[in-house]
Design a protein around this ligand. Sequence first.
Ligand SMILES: O=C(O)[C@@H](CO)OP(=O)(O)O
Length: 251
Amino acid sequence: MTERTLILLRHGQSEWNALNLFTGWVDVRLTNLGALEAERGGALLREKGLLPDVLHTSLLTRAIQTANIALDAADRAWIPVHRDWRLNERHYGDLQGKNKAETQEQYGEEQFMEWRRSFDVPPPVISDENEYSQAGDPRYAGIDAEMPKTEALKNVIDRLMPYWNGPIADDLNAGKTVLVTAHGNSLRALVKHLEGIGDDEISSLNIPTGIPLVYKLNDQLEAIGKGEYLDPEAAAAGAAAVASQGSKEEQ
Ligand SMILES: O=C(O)[C@@H](CO)OP(=O)(O)O
């Protein structure tokens, strides 16, 4: 068996993470803290000798910035890059741009959690006229019918898997150490697949910002054990902070 290495990295804190707004496909940038998180993520990779050979990122600036900063910190700014909308954050539909705590207050915790963490219930669709719609954004020219107007996690898995089974699998099968920089929910989709997590159980899994999560894979690209965060303590604290974003007290 040849062991393969896959590294997942959620982008560092974004401007809208800091404001506690549903973000989805809205193209916000990293905060200064987010940039520091990305740098620390790259330093962890360097310290552990986990040096990516190839990068796959979403089309969103916060993931691209994170990858650039982390790879620079790991002395790997030069590696080849592939970018694809299939790694984008879950499209949050009409919730994009809304405050999470206010949404929970307005609709109640049950509805809020159904929209936020249920496996297959998407939020209401976004209209093309909404200021936070991506209709007409040139980076998505050519996606046409597949362009989402809202997504549940299930929809994210459906659009992500062809990219996992295609370009990412090709690089892993070629023996490359692969870095994927993406988002809370596109990475939850990938972790669900890798760890065989059930549709109900996945609702309680949250991914912290900026901490590399490393998988060893077998020849079939199945995970050998669970993924390991390079800083487990910070990862646990970060995941707990993500989980509590509906609560005003935690902000
Ligand atoms: O707003 C979003 O796009 C995501 C990630 O930041 O949020 P959540 O964790 O609520 O799914």
